[in-house]
Design a protein. Sequence first.
Length: 149
Amino acid sequence: MDLKTTLIDECKRHVNVRLQNIQDTILSNQKALQSETKSSAGDKHETGRAMLQLEIEKAGKQLLDVEQMLLVLQKINSKLSSNKIGLGSVVETDEMNFFISVSVGKLIISNTTYFAISPVSPIGKIMLGKSVNQQIIFNGKTLNIRLVK
C-alpha cells in the first residue's frame, strides 16, 4: 500500500474513533435524559434535564463536524499527484512532514511522523499552492518545502 493510501486509512481510523465516541456520548445522554425522574426538587430536575439537552446538542454539532471530515477524506484521490500543495498532498519540509487532509494530528507511518492538518487550518492556508523549494513561515519558523507528493 502506498503512503498516501496509508495516511488516508489512518485518518479514517482516527475519525471513526471520534465518531464512535460521539455516538456513545449521545446515546448515554439520551438514556440519562429518559431516566431523569421528577423529584420533589423541581428546579434541580429541570436544571439536570437542561444540562443533558445541552450536552446532546453539543455532541450533535461534533457529529456533524466528524461527518464532514469523512466526506473530505472521501474526496482525496490517493493516485493523484501534483507539484502544488492542495487537499491530499503529502508535504515534507526540512523540519516536519504534513498530510493536507483533516485535522487529526500526529500520525506515525513506517517510523516517520506526519501531521494530518486541514487545508483551512492556519498552517494549511499558508501551504496551499506552494511547491518544492519554496518556504513558508509559521509561528516565526521558516520551513523549506523539500517534497510534495
